[in-house]
Design a protein around this ligand. Structure first.
Ligand code: ADP
Length: 395
């Protein structure tokens, strides 16, 4: 069965075509700048990236371009070979605890949840509606970013805010990156070969979150009602004193929306370094001795270690600490910055191995370490395809 894994944003559409259940990747790529006069279509054919620039007015045009390209490049012979499509959906609220087959009712619930994820759910829905219209009779599956965290307990997911906010408006911690946390923790659990496992996953990309996973279930995670909570990220502040919002709104004569925008888009690495949101730029500046870049890095690694400490207590110990996503997989400096703060937990690692590890599954802890430390490349697309395949078998 050939399955497309789709991640639709407001102006982009990432795709991967997989053969299931073998999980062989047939192709992958991205359509960018949908809606602008110069769209960019990139597809990998036999390991080579092909790029085409063209006006791509809508997501429908982007998907049509993708389908034509799959045939032109002989990845499939006809569109009917695609038997399932899996869609990443950021916010499933409390409605979905697992992935589901999409029907009109599911679309309606995702629409209703757009209030909670105004930047993401509407874009995800455009992807869903486009595929449902273009590929008739194909199973479409929604895979929710927060579903894996639905096992959190009320004492963890509720804030110390009026209960009525939860009752009436569903204000609570939902968490995100669930598909990635699930994939990486399942892999770590396999590697540990242990029945009852205590695992912490650090998903460190431009967006970043940490999760505590006990016996395969998420018990806590750093992102909250929105992806703004938690550790400082590329452009997001992470957790702050909520009192700062009114204080800065008054000082700078800004609306709450404008301040929130700054917390989402102009904070984190970018806000502190006053230079860039990209970890590679921050590292390059640190090497040049830039104090603000170093501070941005130190603020982040300190907060990551704080979460690890808190989750260590919640888990009642720790078998494995995993680093994943763009920064976690590639940045030896960040891993070192975090690991240096964990000595009290008797975490020991191999400096050389850490420096050499880039995007490869690697055990970087030493045999005498109390905690195994792994770099595990994430694979959200394969998780999406697995869910499509398994739901297709049942339907
Ligand atoms: P997202 O999916 O949240 O956009 P990614 O998981 O793709 O983010 O991660 C992007 C981040 O990974 C960027 O900050 C980028 O600088 C960082 N990154 C990628 N490659 C490297 C590298 N070789 N060294 C350090 N950081 C890297």
């Amino acid at each position: 069965m050939k399955v497309l894994a789709i991640n639709a944003g407001s102006s982009s559409l990432k795709f991967m075509l997989l053969a299931m259940p073998s999980e062989e990747v047939l192709t992958s790529g991205i359509v960018e700048r949908i809606g602008s006069s110069v769209g960019i279509f990139t597809i990998k054919v036999k390991g080579v990236k092909l790029t085409k620039e063209a006006a791509i007015a809508t997501h429908k045009e982007a998907v049509e371009m993708l389908l034509v390209s799959l045939i032109e490049n002989k990845i499939i012979a006809k569109v009917e070979e695609i038997e399932g499509v899996g869609h990443r959906v950021v916010q499933g609220g409390e409605a979905f605890k697992t992935s589901v087959v999409i029907d009109d009712q599911v679309v309606k619930v995702i629409e209703d949840l757009s209030d909670l994820a105004p930047l993401h759910n509407p874009a995800n829905l455009i992807g869903i509606n486009t595929f449902r219209n273009l590929l008739k009779n194909v199973i479409n599956v929604a895979v929710f970013d927060n579903a894996f965290h639905s096992t959190m307990q009320p004492e963890t997911y509720l804030y110390g805010t009026p209960y009525q906010w939860y009752r009436q408006y569903k204000v609570r911690k939902y968490g995100f990156h669930g598909t990635s946390h699930q994939y990486v923790s399942q892999r770590a659990s396999q590697l540990l070969n242990k029945k009852n496992s205590k695992i912490i996953v650090c998903h460190l990309g431009n967006g970043a979150s940490i999760a505590a996973i006990k016996n395969g279930q998420s018990i806590d995670t750093s992102m909250g009602l929105t992806p703004l909570e938690g550790i400082p990220m590329g452009t997001r502040s992470g957790s702050i004193d909520a009192g700062i919002i009114e204080y800065i709104a008054n000082k700078e004569n800004l609306s709450i929306k404008a301040v929130t925008d700054i917390l989402n888009k102009k904070s984190g690495y970018l806000g502190i370094s006053e230079y860039s949101n990209d970890a590679r730029d921050i590292e390059a500046k640190i090497k040049q001795g830039d104090p603000l870049a170093k501070l941005a890095f130190d603020i982040q690694t300190k907060r990551i270690a704080d979460y690890i400490g808190a989750y260590y207590l919640q888990l009642g110990g720790l078998d494995a600490l995993c680093f994943t996503a763009g920064i976690g997989e590639n940045s030896a400096l960040i891993r070192k910055g975090v690991l240096n703060r964990l000595k009290v937990l008797k975490v020991k690692w191999d400096e050389d191995l850490n420096s050499q590890t880039r995007g490869q599954e690697t055990l970087i802890s030493t045999p005498d370490s109390k905690v195994k430390v792994w770099v595990i490349p994430t694979n959200e697309e394969v998780m999406i395809a697995r869910d499509v395949y398994s739901l297709a078998q049942k339907s």
